[in-house]
Design a protein around this ligand. Structure first.
Ligand SMILES: C[S@@+](CC[C@H](N)C(=O)[O-])C[C@H]1O[C@@H](n2cnc3c(N)ncnc32)[C@H](O)[C@@H]1O
Length: 258
């Protein structure tokens, strides 16, 4: 009985994902859900430091390909907020979470909403995003990067992935080329300033590059954090080697965010 329920939940998950990948192609921005290899690489960033509970934000949770991997890493007292704009995905996501294995005492909340509606005071230790940036308008990409970096707690990380060889899109003759070029320009700008680690993951369709970013003091200030908050917490702009050592990064320490 339980096995039959699991199989039907799995099939429903896949069916809804592929249906929406066609019906809401631009908003979904993927023809397949995130592979396990990428989910592992992205969620490597979701680790507690010591005993303090952490708050995690997942952006563009879809049908939960990453959510399950995030939940597996959380412990008692931790909280996960998942934002998903597509109501069909949000419905499946709630069912997925209800059936997912995780430690007791983990609080999970699903928000069926655009990430830009994130409440003012919300702050997170880890933010994980799979938003389809290349399908979005450049102004929105800029706003979302600024929003997410601004909502990081001191020392927090923003992790997202994009596709390897995405630059090639800027040279292909298609209608949205100017927009894609502009989006690539915006992402490059934020990566130049904030990236602290990256990892290439070939086991995804197409192969992926996972990026880990940190905020600067300016992002926190723009998001409304008080001076006292940032000063008393010893807010670091540069990469903290203790927290990024698991990310197997080729450029660790070579970038200076913010
Ligand atoms: C590439 S899919 C990733 C889905 C899933 N996380 C995965 O890894 O397979 C991008 C997801 O972002 C959602 N999305 C797009 N724009 C959004 C927005 N402004 N706010 C919240 N979610 C959004 C889409 O509906 C879709 O589920």
């Amino acid at each position: 009985m339980a096995a039959r329920f699991r199989v039907s939940a799995y099939l429903r998950n896949r069916f809804v994902f592929y249906r929406e990948a066609v019906l809401s192609a631009r908003q979904t921005g993927a023809f397949s859900y995130t592979s396990r290899a990428v989910a592992r690489a992205v969620t490597a960033a979701v680790a507690r430091e010591g005993d303090r509970p952490i708050r995690v934000l997942e952006v563009g949770a879809g049908t939960g390909a990453l959510t399950r991997a995030i939940l597996a890493r959380l412990g008692p007292g931790d909280r996960l907020d998942a934002y998903e704009i597509n109501p069909a995905f949000a419905r499946v996501l709630r069912a997925e979470i209800a059936g997912a294995r995780h430690a007791p005492g983990v609080e999970v909340r699903v928000f069926e909403a655009d990430i830009e509606t994130l409440p003012e005071g919300a702050r997170y230790d880890r933010i994980v995003s799979t938003l389809p940036l290349l399908n979005m308008e450049p102004e929105k990409v800029r706003r979302v990067f600024a929003l997410l970096l601004g909502r990081l707690e001191p020392g927090g990380t923003l992790t997202y992935y994009d596709y390897w060889a995405k630059q090639a899109l800027a040279w292909l003759p298609f209608q949205g080329r100017a927009r894609v070029r502009a989006v690539l320009g915006v992402t490059r700008e934020f990566l130049d300033r904030h990236e602290v680690a990256r990892e290439w993951v070939p086991w995804n369709l197409p192969p992926a590059v996972v990026h880990h970013l940190r905020a600067s003091r300016n992002d926190a200030a723009a998001a409304g954090a008080s001076r006292a908050d940032t000063a008393s917490s010893g807010y670091q702009c540069a990469a903290d080697p203790d927290t990024i050592q698991i990310w197997r990064t080729p450029n660790r320490g070579s970038t200076n965010p913010g």
